[in-house]
Design a binder for this molecule. Structure first.
Ligand code: R5P
Length: 295
């Protein structure tokens, strides 16, 4: 039988604690700091030689690049110290949106990240609501996408006249999933993003939102541009209220304030990135996924 340890970085220890206590495993917090020149340092404060399995938990936002590199240092140290099986939990998976080459000369950054983790002999990566699950894969490593949609359906209990909307066709499957749990009708908007400026344009489609409460469901709120543009369009079409539900709320440059000013009635986020809008806790979904991976 494999003896597992849960190790988390300090800012991820709430998730690490819950995983460890749910699975009856020991939990340690990895020491980390930056050298004066900015290079990362990590250290396990306990003897790893008694463990053969590790569940490593890292909230890799903000400071994605350094937190990802810390993760790689921690993976490599554990393997070097004799741990055979390593599962990495990255609740928010950085670089997931660069899952293809949008312009000539670009890297497919998600693939780069996963290739690096796989080359370090990580057994599996567990992430929540990955932008495009079909792009979340790498040779020799399991990639597990945890879906929070049953929880989003729970948020809709007691609402009568709701429509679920995806801000674009690519995310339509999300609202379909929430609809499977809640029974509400769903549709999508047409979104265009200028790949150079990042500016978002939403084109209205024939949608029956007049007199209805609309719930926009998305994986990420970054600049808020998508939700703001969608809200303007939906309000002009007669929607009574527009609510935003997103798994990962980066809320850049006061995106939340700008969304509320644009008429968004509520913002709901999960705890992958804690914010004052966090109302959905995905920890037990992560635990469920880990249970299926460990022996
Ligand atoms: C992109 O396709 C994603 O699903 C989100 O819609 C996007 O990342 C949101 O970004 P922003 O808030 O900057 O419009």
């Amino acid at each position: 039988m494999v003896k597992y340890l849960v190790a988390s970085f300090e800012w991820s220890s709430d998730i690490g604690n819950e995983i460890a206590s749910s699975l009856g495993l020991a939990h340690t917090i990895i020491e980390s700091k930056f050298f004066p020149d900015g290079e990362s340092y990590v250290r396990y404060p306990i003897d790893l030689s008694v463990y053969d399995g590790l569940i490593l938990v890292q909230r890799a936002y903000p400071n994605q690049d350094s937190r990802l590199f810390q993760t790689m240092l921690a993976v490599d140290a554990a393997r070097d110290l004799g741990v055979r099986e390593i599962h990495v939990v990255l609740p928010y998976l950085p670089y997931a949106r660069q899952d293809r080459r949008f312009r000539d000369g670009e890297p497919i950054s998600l693939s780069t990240l996963l290739t690096l983790l796989s080359s370090l002999k990580v057994s599996s990566v567990i992430a929540v609501d990955v932008h495009k699950p079909e792009a979340f894969r790498a040779p020799g490593m399991r990639c597990v996408n945890v879906e929070p949609f049953e929880f989003y359906a729970d948020l809709l209990r007691g609402v009568d006249n709701a429509v679920l909307l995806s801000p674009d066709l690519g995310s339509l499957w999300r609202v379909k999933r929430v609809s499977e749990y809640s029974g509400f009708q769903y549709s999508y908007l047409e979104k265009f993003r200028d790949r150079v400026t990042g500016e978002v344009t939403i084109r209205p489609r024939e949608l029956d939102v007049a007199g209805k409460e609309v719930f926009i469901i998305d994986d990420i709120i970054a600049t808020g541009g998508t939700i703001i543009e969608a809200t303007k369009v939906l309000k002009s079409m007669g929607a009574t209220k527009v609510h935003a539900i997103a798994t990962h709320c980066l809320l850049l440059n006061n995106a939340d304030l700008r969304m509320l000013e644009a008429g968004v009635s509520s913002i709901t986020c999960s705890n992958t990135i804690p914010t004052k809008y966090t109302r959905v806790n995905v920890n037990q979904l992560i635990v469920r996924a880990i249970k299926e991976l460990i022996t």
